[in-house]
Design a protein around this ligand. Structure first.
Ligand SMILES: [Zn+2]
Ligand SMILES: [Zn+2]
Length: 130
């Protein structure tokens, strides 16, 4: 599901979010690792196309809710489930923005650590390492 940027008339995608049910074919090796580390995970969620370093797979403990939020394109619901699943969403604006419209700077300690900055309106935002 593509979440569009909602900044003025921007036509870019903010990010693509995919939920994979456990038992479906793995998209990548990260998912295999997730099931080994979290045997109870019901599935995985993957966020791609946003900012560098934010494309990752993560375990999904509540698959039905995650599928509902993603298939409805509901970034607010996704953010409410787990804010790391909607790093492109500003909850104070109630909008999603593409990487170009966020004013975010990556910070590194060893590897990537976090992004900090603001949304286009100036709300502070922080994306932790995942
Ligand atoms: Zn905002
Ligand atoms: Zn945009």
């Amino acid at each position: 599901m593509v979440f569009p940027c909602q900044h003025e008339d921007c036509r870019r995608a903010a990010a693509t979010v995919e939920v994979t049910r456990r038992g479906q074919l793995y998209i990548d090796a990260e998912q295999d690792v997730i099931y080994r580390v979290f045997p109870a995970a019901q599935g995985t969620i993957r966020i791609t196309g946003f900012l560098p370093y934010t494309g990752f797979s993560s375990r999904v403990p509540n698959l039905a809710a995650a599928i509902d939020a993603v298939s409805a394109g509901d970034a607010a619901a996704l953010h409410a489930l787990d804010q790391t699943w909607a790093p492109f969403y500003c909850h104070r604006c109630d909008r999603s923005f593409c990487g170009e419209h966020w004013d975010l700077k990556p910070a590194f300690s060893w590897g990537f650590d976090h992004y900090s900055g603001t949304c286009p309106i100036g709300h502070p935002h922080f994306i932790d390492h995942c």
